[in-house]
Design a protein around this ligand. Structure first.
Ligand SMILES: *[C@@H]1O[C@H](CO)[C@@H](O)[C@H](O)[C@H]1NC(C)=O
Ligand SMILES: *[C@@H]1O[C@H](CO)[C@@H](O)[C@H](O)[C@H]1NC(C)=O
Ligand SMILES: *[C@@H]1O[C@H](CO)[C@@H](O)[C@H](O)[C@H]1NC(C)=O
Ligand SMILES: *[C@@H]1O[C@H](CO)[C@@H](O)[C@H](O)[C@H]1NC(C)=O
Length: 330
């Protein structure tokens, strides 16, 4: 999603038309990591904003320039300032239940001063939030490449229907370089290390997408980036609760909606310009990736026709019921 390449015109999109819906079942699922976003956490040493667990999540703040001046707008001209305010990210109880959900809510605040951790403040017109497991957890299949056991990541979520919104559940490769976006074992800069988008939605679209980014060139990482987009044609179900899943093994990446596969890639369909494809057909998706839950307001994917009135009225609300990570055993 941090598609600098969108701006460089090197986009080559392959839309996978779904020919068949296949159910995916496994003999054994073992829960490895999860967040149920339970409401009512009172231990302020670990929870903020009604139950966001800081042992699992950290906030990315600001307008993106923490990651360098060319990352203003998070690499693709997003318009929001990310904050850690409960106005933008909080755990709420479901009406009538003790279980909770994460709410990421966009705000309309014209000419607000935007705080950056690692760069000068700026002025923005929208607020939102971006939570990551960058500092706490990262995932991939287990075992060795070519003889591995899949990981499955389920995200149960509900997207808003508001022009200009871009909610997502996605993954980037881990890196020790704190202020680098897109750095990885395969080089510095998106998209050498790859990106896995479990769910993206924009505007009032009646479908959700999943996406894999890969490719790049060793010394010009954004050149020759590719995408493989899978579309969950949710139709009237787009704005209902849906469970989007990534099932990721060394030899394949599959995307599911409500347990049914709608997109698939196999090792060899992807590569990184940071390594010889013939030498390692599993790269770059043989490294750990961390999770990101965020919602942009404006940007190259949704465009800039932002429904200010709906955002101001609090309708730009992205709900996440849970994130569950399983090892799938044969
Ligand atoms: C929000 O970020 C600021 C700046 O890093 C920090 O001082 C504050 O404690 C954070 N608040 C929450 C709720 O995380
Ligand atoms: C932000 O809002 C101000 C005042 O409403 C407007 O003049 C300005 O063009 C807006 N900025 C952007 C980037 O849309
Ligand atoms: C694959 O991994 C399993 C479990 O680690 C191991 O028992 C088996 O020998 C491996 N097979 C090959 C061909 O390496
Ligand atoms: C990339 O840059 C490095 C160091 O500047 C150089 O050694 C290498 O040959 C370059 N690779 C390509 C493919 O241009």
């Amino acid at each position: 999603m941090s598609a600098t390449a969108f701006a460089r015109g090197s986009l080559r999109m392959l839309v996978l038309i779904v020919a068949a819906f296949l159910s995916v079942t496994y003999a054994k699922q073992v829960l490895r990591w999860s967040d149920e976003f339970r409401a009512g956490c009172t231990d302020t040493s670990v929870c903020v904003n009604g139950g966001i667990d800081l042992r699992k999540w950290s906030f990315d703040l600001g307008d993106g320039t923490d990651y360098g001046p060319n990352m203003i707008g998070w690499g693709n001209w997003q318009r929001q300032c990310h904050t850690n305010s409960s106005a933008n990210a909080r755990v709420e109880a479901f009406p009538g239940k003790t279980d909770g959900m994460l709410v990421i809510q966009g705000g309309y605040s014209p000419l607000r001063t935007c705080y950056n951790e690692n760069a000068a403040p700026s002025t923005t017109n929208y607020t939102s939030a971006r939570l990551t497991t960058r500092n706490t957890a990262a995932f991939k299949w287990t075992g060795t490449a070519g003889n591995s056991t899949a990981v499955r990541i389920d995200v149960r979520l509900q997207v808003p229907s508001v022009s200009g919104t871009w909610p997502a559940a996605w993954m980037l490769p881990t890196t020790d370089k704190r202020w680098c976006s897109g750095c990885s074992a395969y080089g510095d800069g998106w998209c050498l290390g790859g990106e896995i988008d479990i769910m993206e939605h924009v505007n009032t679209n009646n479908f959700l997408i999943a996406n894999v980014h890969y490719g790049g060139q060793a010394n010009a990482s954004w050149l020759d980036c590719h995408e493989k987009v899978g579309r969950f044609r949710a139709s009237s179900r787009a704005f209902a609760w849906n469970t989007l899943s990534l099932v990721w093994d060394s030899t394949y990446i599959r995307f599911l909606a409500n347990g049914k596969e709608f997109s698939r890639l196999n090792a060899g369909d992807w590569y990184t310009g940071g390594a010889d494809p013939a030498a390692n057909k599993f790269a770059p998706f043989d490294q750990d990736f961390f999770l990101i839950l965020d919602m942009a307001i404006g940007g190259l994917y949704p465009g800039f026709n932002i429904d200010d009135a709906a955002v101001a009225a609090g309708k730009a609300r992205y709900h996440i019921d849970y994130v569950r990570v399983y090892d799938l055993l044969p």
